[in-house]
Design a protein. Sequence first.
Length: 218
Amino acid sequence: MTKAEKVSFVIDTLKRLYPQIPIPLDHKDPYTLLIAVLMSAQSTDVKVNQITPLLFEVADNPYDMVKLTVEEIREIIKPVGLSPMKAKGIHGLSHILIDKYNGRVPESIEELEQLPAVGHKTASVVVAQAFNIPAFPVDTHIHRLMYRWGLTTGKNVVQTEKDAKRLFPEHLWNDLHLQIIWYGRQYSPARGWDLEKDIITATIGRKKVIEEWNKGRK
């Protein structure tokens, strides 16, 4: 199977499995999405979705957020982990949004990356999901699956993102990044992985990956 055929198989399979694609993090606008994505670093979407309603009940916009102290924010978001850094980032970026952008979230990755505690992946998620601008945020699921499928060398997420953008049509990036995440969680997890349930890897997967899985069964 050629690489182009592999790409087509991935697209067709994911479209069949996920014709409607749910957004993992609960939010109501670009600002609440930005805060939710920032909070999701080294945490789970489930945990973030439990905590953000508590935070947004108090402050769901930058103007209300800056009325809180960093410590008050930290007390609310403590269960998601890394709360000191995240609370400082939320407070700091809220000030910048007010001072520089009239309280609005900028629509470019470059401007978002200048905000405190906002990295490339967070910025990419925001432009894709809040503004429908093509991006391909790479998380651990996408990084793992692109390697298992033989579509990237898997050396780092930067290379994985470049390979994904090179291989997949731009108009599908926003859908695919979510579809691959859901597929990774349901069919191709890092732990407890069962190749017999993972139709994509079983069909197009890297030979080395499949051989290692078979060895582990013996």
